[in-house]
Design a protein around this ligand. Structure first.
Ligand SMILES: C[S@@+](CC[C@H](N)C(=O)[O-])C[C@H]1O[C@@H](n2cnc3c(N)ncnc32)[C@H](O)[C@@H]1O
Length: 340
């Protein structure tokens, strides 16, 4: 077998196993196994599924190494596949893969017509993004990332009731993590996708911060109002159809001394092929999701996922920021910027 054929086979095994993980997550099969191994009949009863399918899935999961040969879900595997928001959670990978596969026929059509595929149609991807990013918001955003900009962290901690605007907030996990960590601040989240905003309101209510976190459906490049000490944009600027307009609008609502904190993809400064693993992942998402979704916005710029640092810094200067900078924060997936 050639190297490429071997690579294709490995990718196929990974892809179909991700689909079986999604079965386990969506049908509650892993959740049913949390308290100990179950026979196929017991799993079928506990999860309300057919017993023959239960047996095949249990055997396949054990064959794939997700369950032990006696169908036990170990705590380590549970923390990766089940514990949403936990530091090891990666179950969103399955949701992502199934989500983009489901929309591939729409993307094929879009390639022919040049039209876009609205973000709102990518329901599983929306959950996948939130699931993937939430552990970083819950465990890194306020303990590592913002403390890397000491005056911003100090202002948020000062108890002075700082105001934060979270643009492209998605399902709201970043907005909520900020409000939980900094008890005196208020946060306003804005996103173009109504379903994301509906979910974000539930996330804030469940976290008990709905009194300080509000959300609105809207285009971040549209007329923003108010005055904010900090504007954040997490993995969303590359998706926005008018990124310079968004940065200009953000600059327009900054309070004196305020700044914009951006996280976007950690990709090479120039096109490089073959690319590293993370950039390969981002490029595939660009083809299957981000570029089609942005093209549905009637964009001024349709950048795709691959937002390179020189491009972002150039947009910031075009929007009037005099000293945009790349922040010295380590992360496998994202690069960080501060615009002033
Ligand atoms: C990759 S998601 C990131 C969501 C969230 N920040 C997170 O990290 O989980 C990009 C988000 O940008 C939003 N978006 C795209 N274009 C937008 C625009 N013009 N104005 C506001 N939000 C936009 C999408 O609806 C989506 O929720």
């Amino acid at each position: 077998m050639t190297d490429l054929a071997e690579r294709m086979l490995g990718a196929l095994i990974g892809a179909v196993e991700l689909c079986t993980v999604e079965l386990g997550r969506k049908l509650g099969l892993y959740a049913a196994l949390r308290d100990g191994p179950l026979t196929p009949a017991e799993l079928a009863k506990a999860a309300g599924i057919d017993e023959r399918y239960a047996r095949e899935w249990l055997e396949q999961q054990a064959a794939a190494g997700f369950l032990t040969p006696s169908f036990e879900l170990t705590p380590d595997v549970a923390s990766v596949l089940l514990d949403e928001g936990g530091p090891d959670y990666a179950g969103a990978a399955a949701e992502f893969a199934v989500g983009v596969a489901l929309l591939t026929p729409r993307v094929i059509e879009a390639f022919r017509t040049g039209e876009g595929v609205p973000y709102s149609e990518y329901a599983d991807v929306r959950h996948g993004i939130a699931g993937f990013n939430r552990p970083m918001f819950d465990h890194l955003l306020t303990t590592e990332w913002l403390p890397a900009v000491p005056e911003v962290d100090a202002l948020l901690r000062s108890g002075s009731g700082a105001a934060v605007l979270d643009l492209g907030c998605g399902m709201g996990y970043s907005s909520v993590a900020l409000a939980v960590a900094y008890p005196s601040i208020t946060v306003r989240g804005v996103d173009l996708d109504p379903d994301s905003i509906a979910a974000a309101r539930s996330v804030a209510a469940a976290a008990g911060v709905a009194d300080r976190v509000s959300f609105a459906v809207g285009d971040a490049a549209g007329a923003l109002s108010g005055s904010y000490d900090l504007v954040t944009i997490f993995e969303a600027l590359h998706d926005m159809g008018d990124p310079v307009g968004v940065l200009r609008a953000a600059r327009g609502v900054l309070a004196p001394g305020g700044s914009v904190f951006i996280a976007d993809e950690r990709v090479a400064d120039t096109f490089t092929a073959p690319a590293g693993e993370v950039e390969r992942l981002q490029y595939a998402f660009s083809v299957l999701h981000c570029l089609p979704a942005t093209r549905a916005e009637n964009p001024v710029i349709a950048n795709g996922t691959i937002l390179r640092a020189p491009t972002l810094l150039g947009w910031a200067r075009d929007a009037g920021f005099g000293s945009p900078s790349v922040l010295d924060i380590e992360n496998e997936f994202w690069r960080f910027y501060r615009l002033r």
